[in-house]
Design a protein around this ligand. Structure first.
Ligand SMILES: [Zn+2]
Length: 375
């Protein structure tokens, strides 16, 4: 994700922080500092970091459960509205999706349980704390809030229960929406279940957005936009997969394309780019084997850093995966998405480039296929 930087690596997954999250911390700290001085700023920042520690643990519930089903995670990004664990792919079986989705809220429940035990061992009645503090998170009730802020334990107890309940709201792609989709999938199949869950998610997001606007709660508006767009994007991804069922990469690849020799200059690559519609170019060596892939980004960065007379080989992306002819389209799409590249080369059995699978042409072909299927 752009504008984010790595904080730490846990269990083989990078935890990244988006700069807007840092901005939020600074703004909240400054606001608290102006009203309550240094102690106030420290408290606000401390509580915010505590919330995000719980969010990270929640995400690791998803990540480690997904790993049980062979699904790896690219990274976790902390945004002001929460954490996002970016799984390499979505689980296919409803049971897997259900367990992966429920694991996050389950972590918050477990943490809350743990804190209750700690409180009880110190002679504090946890239920009394919950009854006063959790509703205060929603209503802003002054007694509840001051109790909440009087101890990290009270605060973390209430926050974990809140995170659990909030994430279980059935607004796809939030956890509760994924649970809903998994349950619906058993009865109506993946595609229809996604459509229904996405619609429910968008309706809830729209209502929350309007409520947020009326009450000037801009965090809620931001979250609503995020859920709304996320629901649409994921529904589209599932439709794409469904439309691509039963076909192979050969049917979806571009066969009219240019390659660039590895010794060409960036100036020559620019000519080629401006000549036609093609945006990504397989780079081939003297024997015709693939040496890399030159994307538009590579080209722009190469021009900026090394100039137009530098070699393509210095600017290209190396180590990009390639796709064999005959590969099922779904698998090809998974590999293309996982590569984070806009295109991948398709090779025949002798290692010669015979096609190019790009995200752009996939979208076009899917639209055509959907239109044909409806017509
Ligand atoms: Zn979650």
């Amino acid at each position: 994700m752009a504008w984010s930087f790595k904080l730490v690596r846990l269990f083989g997954v990078d935890v990244k922080v988006h700069f807007t999250f840092v901005l939020l911390l600074v703004l909240q700290g400054m606001q608290a500092f102006s009203t309550d001085g240094l102690a106030g700023a420290q408290q606000v920042i401390g509580f915010t970091l505590a919330v995000f520690a719980c969010v990270v643990l929640h995400e690791y519930g998803h990540i480690l459960t997904a790993r049980q089903f062979g699904i790896q995670t690219k990274d976790v990004v902390l945004l002001p509205i929460g954490g996002v664990a970016r799984l390499e792919r979505l689980p296919e079986r409803p049971r897997e999706e259900f367990l992966i989705a429920i694991a996050g809220p389950a972590v918050n429940l477990a943490l809350a349980g743990l804190i209750c035990v700690v409180l009880a061992s110190r002679g504090v009645e946890p239920l009394g704390v919950i009854r006063t503090t959790v509703p205060a998170l929603l209503t802003g009730d002054a007694t509840g809030i001051s109790l909440l802020l009087s101890s990290y334990w009270f605060f973390l107890l209430a926050i974990n229960l809140f995170l659990m309940g909030f994430n279980l709201i059935p607004a796809y792609p939030m956890d509760g929406g994924r649970v809903l989709r998994a349950v619906l999938s058993v009865r109506m199949g993946n595609v229809r279940a996604t459509r229904v869950a996405a619609k429910v998610g968008q309706v809830l997001a729209m209502s929350a957005g309007v409520f947020g606007l009326v009450n000037q709660d801009f965090m809620l508006v931001l979250l609503a936009v995020f859920v709304y767009l996320g629901a649409g994007a994921e529904a589209q991804a599932v439709e794409t997969r469904a439309a691509g069922k039963g076909i192979i990469v050969d049917q979806m690849m571009i066969t009219k394309f240019d390659t660039i020799p590895v010794y060409a200059t960036l100036r020559q690559a620019v000519d080629l780019l401006l000549d036609g519609e093609q945006r990504e170019f397989p780079v081939v060596d003297g024997g015709g084997a693939v040496a890399g892939l030159l994307t538009r980004d590579n080209l722009i960065k190469g021009l900026a850093h090394r100039g137009p007379d530098s070699a393509v080989s210095a600017a290209m992306t190396t180590g990009a995966p390639t796709l064999p002819l005959g590969l099922p389209f779904e698998e090809a799409l998974n590999r293309l998405r996982a590569s984070n590249l806009p295109a991948l080369a398709v090779l025949d059995s002798t290692g010669r480039v015979v096609g190019l699978l790009t995200l752009d042409n996939i979208t076009d072909l899917i639209l055509v296929r959907q239109a044909v299927a409806r017509g």
